[in-house]
Design a binder for this molecule. Structure first.
Ligand code: PAF
Length: 292
């Protein structure tokens, strides 16, 4: 049976009771409009902890002016049914007033990890994310919190916030879930027209091109980035306006010149009014470029 709680004090009390029973607490923060990607986080949480709390809160402070806060899909009743079916015991559904009172003066600045990529395109976004995640973790106090690798920069920032502020929980990143054709699941895919949905496949195709080239021994990050850009241009032409394509260090997110061991390819762009992001791990082998 799922319990739907909308106040911080109720969640604190419910989690404290579970802890008194010796249960390990898992936490999956979401903004709702749940899809199989979110549910994979719930499944990971259920497998590793004894009681799972999921939050549904469309956090206004992580949306910039002109972004899709008002349009962001909201279907809380259906979401709660999905969470219940997958074994979540507590759904935390606070209002903005419950989370922020009259508006909070203190925010969490996530530091250099937030300066590039999404942070550059969406100023203030990661301050909103870091602040709300810190607040949610302070309310729930989970043993383990689960985040998707789909938002790779967010995952790295959350890990850093938890470490630097001694929030005392483990942060687990879970693999991106994709549709059969490779498109990463995202609540924002709902905005795409059928034609845009097809053009959006340029993003996973670009990542795959970089991944393949690296697997065949290409070590120049510039070459991999050019490959990503060319793939997007070929598949989507001018319809997909790239914000960035990058090959970065997987922890610092700084751009690399050469890919000598592990790296992450990041890509983001706009199709009409919809922003999409994606990423993948890059692993190099000892082969020479072009299969020599
Ligand atoms: O990834 C999301 O859905 C949100 O950024 C999060 C982590 C729930 C914070 O609002």
């Amino acid at each position: 049976m799922i319990e739907r709680l909308s106040s911080k004090s109720e969640v604190r009390a419910a989690v404290a009771a579970a802890r008194r029973d010796g249960k390990r607490v898992g936490f999956v923060p979401t903004m709702g409009a749940l899809h199989a990607g979110h549910l994979s986080l719930v499944q990971a949480a259920c497998a590793r902890t004894d009681i799972v709390v999921a939050s549904i809160f469309v956090n206004p402070t992580q949306f910039g002016p002109g972004e899709d806060f008002d349009a962001y899909p909201r279907r809380i009743e259906a979401d709660i049914e999905l969470l219940a079916a997958d074994g979540v015991e507590i759904a935390f559904t606070p209002s903005a007033a419950e989370m922020y009172g009259d508006g909070a003066a203190v925010t969490v600045e996530p530091g250099p990890l937030a300066s590039r990529w999404e942070g550059e395109v969406r100023p203030g976004h990661f301050t909103g994310v870091a602040t709300v995640v810190t607040k949610l973790l302070s309310v729930v106090r989970p043993d383990i919190a689960f985040f998707g690798e789909k938002d790779y920069q967010q995952l790295q920032i959350v890990k850093r916030v938890v470490a630097d502020l001694d929030l005392g929980c483990q942060v687990v990143g879970c693999p991106t879930v994709r549709d059969e054709d490779g498109l990463a699941l995202s609540s924002r895919n709902a905005y795409l027209t059928a034609e845009e949905r097809h053009l959006a496949l340029a993003l996973p195709a670009a990542l795959e091109a970089a991944e393949q080239a690296a697997a065949w021994g290409e070590r120049s990050a510039d070459v991999l980035v050019a490959l990503m850009r060319d793939t997007v241009a070929e598949r989507a032409g001018g319809a997909l306006a790239l914000d960035y394509a990058a090959v970065v260090d997987p922890e610092t997110l700084e751009p690399l010149e050469r890919v000598d061991h592990r790296a992450r390819a990041l890509i983001a762009g706009r199709l009409g009014s919809t922003r999409l992001i994606d990423n993948c791990s890059i692993t190099v082998t000892d082969r020479e470029p072009n299969g020599a």
